[in-house]
Ligand binder design. Structure first.
Ligand code: NAD
Ligand code: MG
Length: 380
């Protein structure tokens, strides 16, 4: 039973919702970390009174240290400070950091033996083999927070033999541009790309949803979490975001998890697994949902799912390379420096790099990430 938790990325969309679950379930919050948002983390420190807090931005950490000097919380700083908080040995570490910045904290939490409640999909995308191997060696469970993966995890409870799972079906909302042609989407603005129809999330993942890269990243994430080959993971567009994903078994029975689109359901399940408790999320009223529809994604316009599937099949450092190309191109688009379709093109280019396909170390992953970002920056 989880009693103490550490929330990484506490000022973000997932972090704030995780703290809402913590507040209602009465978890003790032992550590909080974020990148640079001093005001929000200060308020969180005053409410939850953690032993440790960290900001990755060193100047902001110095500012925070002064602001909370009247509290018992010890403020750490920089990348190292965040990693330090991940390894304090809380019962569970909820990783809600965005991007590959979450990878080292993921590994630190596992090394410390904490249950890992993982929202940071980029950890598994960039270094899935390493993360899952370390978790196996340490006997640490990696519990999904991503709604699709939580749905699959819930749907396969009671299936002891993975060979009985024929395929996994990830649902995708299709984002704001579903059904539009490339021609119609020629001059997309940042504002249009940030208008997600069903979920309110951080900016990076919202753009990932508009490009469909989010579903590509989730395909890689599912492959590692559930030990499935890429050809056994399908994607279906489900505009209503009520059926969060499905598993099909060898007898053609299909099991799904449904619920209102509220991340506090999968966050709470990861922190209370295998138990269930009352939730802050609303009840699902199926009579109010209208028709639930399922269609194939338009893979010729939105190429990112196929690109991620290919990166996973090539293996080695290819998933880390496509992730880095995406993170950089996504950030450049959000900064108004490049266009929407440059993201997909960057990701596709990363697939044709010449990279090792076999085993890799953490350093290999970080070096690939650095090199691909540098190359992308040079294109501007
Ligand atoms: P967000 O941008 O709202 O929050 C990100 C958090 O990470 C913030 O607290 C920020 O301070 C912190 N952070 C950013 N850069 C950092 C760095 N270099 N070092 C340390 N901390 C840093 O993002 P989000 O929407 O909450 O998403 C977080 C993760 O969860 C992502 O991997 C995303 O794909 C995944 N996820 C999010 C949702 C959702 O509903 N928001 C759903 C499923 C999965
Ligand atoms: Mg998801």
């Amino acid at each position: 039973m989880i009693k103490t938790i550490c929330v990484l990325g506490s000022t973000g969309s997932i972090g704030v919702q995780a703290l809402d679950v913590a507040r209602k379930r009465g978890f003790r919050v032992a550590a909080l970390t974020a990148n640079s948002n001093v005001d929000v983390i200060e308020a969180q420190i005053r409410e939850f009174k953690p032993e440790y807090a960290a900001l990755a931005d060193e100047a902001k950490a110095a500012e925070l240290k002064i602001k909370v000097s009247d509290t018992p919380t010890e403020v750490l700083s920089g990348r190292e400070g965040v990693i330090e908080c991940a390894r304090i040995g809380a019962d569970a570490v909820l990783n809600g950091i965005v991007g590959i910045a979450g990878l080292e904290p993921t590994l630190a939490a596992i090394e410390a033996g904490s249950v890992l409640a993982l929202a940071n999909k980029e950890s598994l995308v960039t270094a899935g083999a390493l993360v899952m191997k370390t978790a196996r060696e340490k006997g640490v469970p990696v519990l999904p927070v991503d709604s699709e993966h939580s749905a699959i995890f819930q749907s396969i409870q009671g299936c002891a033999d993975r060979k009985q799972i024929k395929k996994l079906i990830l649902t995708a909302s299709g984002g704001p541009f579903y059904g539009k042609s490339r021609e119609e989407l020629k001059n997309i603005t940042l504002e249009q790309a940030l208008a997600h129809p069903n979920w309110s999330m951080g900016a990076k993942i919202t753009i990932d949803s508009a490009t469909m890269m989010n579903k590509g990243l989730e395909l890689i994430e599912a492959a590692w979490l559930f030990d499935m080959s890429p050809d056994r993971i399908e994607v279906l567009v489900h505009r209503q975001s009520i059926v969060h994903s499905l598993a099909e078994f060898s007898d053609n029975s299909v099991i799904a998890q449904l619920g209102v689109p509220d991340m506090r359901i999968p966050i709470q399940y990861a922190l209370t697994y295998p138990d269930r408790f009352e939730s802050p999320a609303a009840e699902l009223d199926l009579t109010q949902c209208g028709a639930l529809t399922f269609t194939r994604p338009d893979d010729s316009t939105f190429r990112c799912i196929d690109i991620c599937r290919a990166a996973l099949s090539k293996g080695g450092l290819y998933p880390a390379a496509v992730n880095a190309a995406n993170e950089k191109a996504n950030a450049l688009f959000r900064a108004g420096k490049t266009g929407f379709w440059d993201i997909q093109e960057s990701v596709e280019k990363a697939l044709s790099l010449s990279l090792p396909e076999g085993e890799y170390t953490l350093e290999d992953v970080l070096e690939t990430d650095r090199a691909v970002r540098e190359e992308r920056q040079g294109v501007i």
